[in-house]
Design a protein around this ligand. Structure first.
Ligand code: SF4
Length: 391
């Protein structure tokens, strides 16, 4: 039997947004745009790779040489698909990358902390008989018989050591190193370049991660069977390379391509504006109707009348006395004790329908209900503000 191969980025992509996972790893649609953060991260990675690769050939680059290499790659690889999600210029990000490299260079010069075993190392190993993992280790070194898996991070978030203890990515790479080299003493080293800080973690074994990752992969395999990959909106959408084709943002992207006059005439744009205008009118009218209702009730009481005559309609005003029960649980208990539950309880069709849809009913019950169940499409429209708060 064949096996399925997953990368750590595929697994975390599914967890961030199932639809993005589908675009990237099932439909294999290349990203239509790339965030400047990801672009800068790649350029910084390349520069650090060069630094250590040249070192293997006994060449120690000066900081100027590394920065020149970084800037040269930056210029050559820049294209119009790179976008900036925040209120800064591309130039700000180029300078950030320069600073990360400068700080790193000054901190680790002359780069002889351990022997480099591999750079940008592709790894591929079995988690079990069904699933394999592939990935790329930024730098693998060996020092005093201990293998170190190094990873460079360029994000502006510095996690705690505790968070990194639960991180799966490098723990998986530790399993890969064990598989490839048969070593047990492995340390994980994250370089948080924006803060010029490293976090190191060393465990006696990393096996604990295996079952956890298998569980996460099985969730994806289940989604594949159901072809269930809904979009999941989050702050990460700002950086999503597939945003222009995502159903949540596609329309906004097509409007951005239009002239202001064209936008005003666009069907979707016009319909939502009309829908919102009508919703506001209805809300206003409902408020007014409530007020008039109150006034009619007062009129009826004041004048001692039940029928109030208009030109087309007569308002028949009735006052009732109703009973409300305060302690719902107590009422339920009494009704149960008195054997009256069936008489006064009602079937919860909403819960039944949800449980039926989600396969939560016993198979025999679901089979019987299937005879009388029909699937209907339900549509709802929720209006929300066009401008989202900045994340
Ligand atoms: S834009 Fe957001 S919701 Fe749409 S695919 Fe990308 S991450 Fe998912």
């Amino acid at each position: 039997m064949g096996h399925a191969t997953y990368s750590y980025s595929a697994i975390s992509s599914y967890e961030n947004c199932p639809l993005q996972f589908k675009f990237s790893y099932i439909d294999r649609i290349p990203p239509l745009r790339r965030s400047v953060e990801a672009f800068m991260g790649s350029r910084v990675h390349e520069a650090l790779e060069k630094l250590y690769r040249d070192k293997l050939y006994e060449k120690t680059n000066s900081l100027e040489e590394i920065l020149e290499f970084y800037n040269d790659r930056w210029r050559r690889k820049m294209d119009e698909r790179i976008f900036v999600a925040k209120d800064y210029d591309i130039e700000n990000y180029r300078k950030m990358g320069e600073r990360y490299l400068t700080d790193y260079y000054n901190e680790y010069k002359p780069f002889d902390e351990g022997r480099t075993i591999a750079l940008e190392k592709n790894v591929y190993f079995p988690l079990n008989e069904k699933y394999w993992i592939k990935g790329v280790i930024d730098r693998l070194t060996e020092r005093d018989d201990i293998y170190e898996v190094h990873d460079y991070k360029t994000s502006l978030y510095l996690p705690s050591k505790k968070e990194m203890e639960d991180d799966c990515q490098l723990a998986l790479y530790a399993l890969a190193v064990d598989h490839l080299y048969g070593v047990k003493k492995i340390e994980l080293v994250w370089h948080f370049l924006a803060f010029n800080k490293e976090i190191r973690i060393r465990k006696d074994d990393y096996e604990g991660i295996r079952e956890e990752v298998i569980r996460r992969i099985e969730e994806i395999e289940e989604a594949k069977k159901r072809n269930d990959f809904p979009p999941r909106e989050s702050p990460l959408c700002n950086y999503c390379g597939h945003q222009p084709i995502c159903p949540l943002f596609k329309h906004s992207h097509s409007l951005q391509e239009m002239e202001p006059e064209e936008i005003k005439e666009e069907d979707g744009f016009k319909l939502v504006n009309r829908y919102w205008a009508l919703t506001q009118e209805i809300q206003k009218l409902e408020g007014e109707r409530e007020m008039v209702k109150k006034q009619i009730l007062e009129y009826a009481k004041r004048n001692g009348v039940q029928y109030i005559y208009g030109s087309d309609k007569i308002a028949n005003v009735k006052f009732y006395r109703n009973v409300n029960f305060r302690e719902k649980e107590m009422v339920e208990k009494i009704i149960l004790q008195e054997g009256l539950f069936e008489k006064y309880s009602r079937l919860d069709f909403i819960k039944l329908s949800n449980d039926f849809k989600n396969g939560m009913l016993p198979a025999a019950v679901a089979k019987k209900l299937k005879e009388v169940a029909e699937e209907v499409e339900v549509a709802r429209i929720y209006l929300r503000n066009a401008r989202r708060e900045e994340d």
